[in-house]
Design a protein around this ligand. Structure first.
Ligand code: 5AD
Ligand code: SF4
Length: 437
């Protein structure tokens, strides 16, 4: 979602004469868009700010200005700390106020050096109503935010505090944005939300639409070839979403449905509001509707109170389900969350050992899923990213990265690639020569 927000900030700043550059060294402004979800991401903010300060000092030596802004969820949660610890930061604003960038910037550049801004409100008006229409290409595969915030209050998670309560955009605005993206060349849209399947926006008929209905409407857009969504909560899976996987060919057969832990005791302590049995039943429903579907998940290892047996439950669940890919993290306490006050913390060395064991199983599963494609053709949508000269980068229907040698005119095209080798993260293959490419 930060990638989406960053793109939208660029849309707001473009009419003011700003263009993005690859390096911060000679920029008029640097915006650090931050993530607060885990401790590691937050720590990175302060080290990045140190590097940016050096660039700003260099610019000042030359008599030039550099506005330094911190955006996103660390700004939201720790705005005061940032301003007091990092004196070179001029602006701090949260994820719900970036549509006010032009006003904030006018204040800063008007009285440069004296005014510092902190803007971490949750404004009553929604930022989406104030964002300009996109009129530039955002690539063959792109994100589109449809829902923000969360009301689930998992005990480990900062999202309900940093992004605010659950909000769904109107379907009309989403459809308009999607049409514009497709008109500019996008073929694969990932619908985003912290709890995306809790989507309940006003439809174009004035009724409330769930995610399944929204996906059906998006599938009517000509040239939108692929639809995905992320991230979902197991409790908010509605039948209309499962049915969309059965009926909508553009909806990709991949579902990221985080389970976090395989132990019912830990799920309860996390306030996940479902059991392992519920989770397995939900996956089975998806499999029945779309037999090709593959699952991915997030896992938190070493949540307070996690015993060896609880961890074994997680390990066994992974063995039983078989995930195409997964993200796994050591638990880190986040300020202001209920779990941060829990006792029975798990020692770091135990967390490390458990994480390593789980990750080797997950890596094995990802590798064997990817290897199952060797010798077969897969449909790849190539984007504009290039790693080596002449090498194209794209994604399969399962969102797995693929590299293949080919001409740049295939960027933005869906092409069959015969898979020759597979790693845990990516496939390598050869483009099948067809008369029409
Ligand atoms: N510690 C470790 N991992 C966390 N996540 C969220 N909060 C924490 C935390 N405090 C993980 C969850 C979530 C993913 C986005 O980040 O697995 O699904
Ligand atoms: Fe955080 Fe997801 Fe739980 Fe919401 S559902 S509190 S975003 S982990």
């Amino acid at each position: 979602m930060n990638a989406y927000d960053t793109r939208r900030m660029q849309d707001i700043l473009r009419p003011m004469g700003y263009t993005s550059v690859d390096e911060p060294d000679a920029a008029d402004m640097v915006i650090l868009n931050t993530c607060h979800i885990r401790e590691k991401a937050t720590d990175k903010v302060f080290s990045d700010l140190g590097r940016i300060r050096d660039h700003k000092l260099e610019m000042e030596k030359k008599g030039q200005q550099m506005v330094v802004a911190v955006a996103g969820c660390v700004a939201q949660a720790e705005g005061d700390v940032i301003l007091s610890r990092a004196k070179h930061v001029d602006m701090v604003f949260g994820p719900q106020t970036y549509h006010e960038l032009p006003e904030m910037l006018a204040k800063i550049t008007g009285a440069y050096g004296s005014a510092r801004i902190i803007n971490t409100d949750f404004p009553v008006e929604q930022k989406f109503d104030y964002l300009p229409d996109e009129n530039t290409s955002c690539g063959a595969s792109a994100f589109l935010s449809i829902q923000e915030g969360c009301d689930k209050f998992c005990t480990f998670c900062v999202v309900p505090y940093t992004r605010g309560s659950e909000y769904s955009r109107d379907a009309a605005a989403i459809l308009k944005e999607a049409r514009q993206m497709v008109a500019n060349g996008t073929k694969d849209i990932t619908l985003l939300g912290q709890n995306v399947n809790a989507y309940h926006g006003t439809g174009t008929d004035g009724k409330t639409w769930g995610l399944g209905r929204l996906i059906r409407e998006l599938a009517e857009i000509e040239n939108l070839k692929r639809i995905r969504y992320s991230t979902s909560h197991p409790c908010d899976v509605q039948d209309d979403l499962i049915e969309a996987h059965r009926d909508v060919p553009q909806l990709m057969p991949h579902l990221h449905l985080p389970v976090q832990s395989g132990s019912n005791k830990i799920l309860k302590a996390m306030n996940r509001k479902h059991t392992i049995e519920d989770y397995i039943t939900t996956l089975e429903k998806f499999r029945t509707a779309q037999p090709d579907i593959q699952f991915s998940s997030d896992f938190i290892i070493g949540f307070p109170g996690e015993t060896d047996d609880d961890f074994e439950d997680t390990y066994n669940l992974v063995q039983k389900i078989g995930f195409a890919s997964a993200y796994s993290f050591k638990y880190s306490p986040r300020p202001g969350t209920p779990a941060a006050n829990m006792t029975h913390l798990i020692r770091e060395d135990i967390k490390d050992a458990r994480l390593q064991r789980l990750q080797s199983l997950l890596f094995e599963q990802a590798l064997s899923f990817n290897q199952s494609f060797i010798g077969h053709p897969v449909e790849v949508l190539f984007d504009t990213q290039q790693h080596k000269e002449g090498q194209l980068h794209g994604r399969t229907r399962y969102n797995t990265a693929v590299y293949a040698m080919g001409p740049s005119r295939l960027s933005g095209q869906i092409v069959d690639v015969i898979v020759e080798s597979a790693g845990q993260m990516a496939l390598h293959g050869a483009i099948r020569i067809e008369s029409d490419i």
